[in-house]
Design a protein around this ligand. Sequence first.
Ligand code: UGA
Ligand code: MN
Length: 376
Amino acid sequence: MRSFEGGGGKGVNNEGCEESDSILHLVRSAHMRTHHQRSWLLVLAVLSVLFLFFYQTHLSRPEAADRPCVTEAELLIRTTVERLPLNKLMDVERNRLGQLFTQLSDELSTRNSARPPPPPPVRPIYIITPTYPRPEQVPELIRMSQTLLHVKGVHWLVVEDAEKRTESVTRLLARSGISHDHLLAPMPDKYKAKKGAKPRGVSNRNRGLSWLRANATTGVFFFADDDNTYDLRLFEELRSVRVLGMWPVGLVTYTGLSSPVVKGGKLTGFYDGWVGGRQFPVDMAGFGVSVDFLMQRPGAEMPYRPGYEEDGFLKSLKPFDLSEIELKADNCTKILVWHTQTKKNKPAKPLNMTKFANSNIGQLNLQITVEDTRRP
Ligand code: UGA
Ligand code: MN
């Protein structure tokens, strides 16, 4: 077996040179050893750089979404390291490696300090929505929930004028993922029994107010009926209300519009198809109030007086000066909410469950509003 030991295979002919040759050999092998040691050190250094990178980009980030994309510095270091001919490591200038280390540590420290601070919490918006069981209820609330899904910081108070929570509404709210409370506030019997116009949604809205008094500390609220149409821009106008904000409402009725009248940037009165001796002839969808202001008015509530609900509620917020009313939607020049109405329909006749027994129709039957034939 051939041995490489001693490297003497070459043979040495010149005796006089033998001694100097072996010194040279010793020097060379010593040099080679340090050369090898340095190479290993450099390989080790490169591996540490790679490890540090791997650690920073993959292991130290719990969520993939938090990971920043590859930066220029990272790319530079990666490509340089890739280009390093590992077998000729000594050829690489040490300065270059030094620079890489500095660049890397700079990059890592800026990355850590440049992580954006968490966004400040948005001002909460409380939406008080009166609703009641009827064929249109679920479709209306689906449309409304899908509007509210676009709004940050919303807490939706869905208040039913009913003795018990409608299950399909409970399910819809849970499915929506919107922060909410599903409350009950049946209209008192004395108003229900009354002939003619009824105070619709009043018990619901007052329940919403008592919930706010017990649970809210800051933010704004707005009475948003379940059948209206809301432009997303409205919610940012509402969010900025400091005390009491007002804005125009488009009506789908013959009247067409309900709005504060603004001249020279000042509130001079109200435009509404029916004034009826009201001081504030505004639509329910035409104003928003700050929670702080409500807290300063512990007696504020909505009266059970059809047609005068808005006026009565606004009066119960007194004292305030008309000049304190904030004119939203660009000085009341934009319609960001529409008082729409859905045609009222009778509940469906009972489905033929004998013919469609043991089919999907049974499940679907539970999801629509069917006439209650048990009632006289
Ligand atoms: C208008 C106003 O915009 C309402 O704010 C006001 O309550 C109502 O008139 C009134 O003065 O009676 P309008 O579109 O005519 O609204 O009424 P609805 O949409 O039928 O009812 C207003 C809200 O109350 C709705 O969110 C509705 O779901 C709810 N509601 C209605 C009840 O909770 N119970 C009812 O029996 C009827
Ligand atoms: Mn309505």
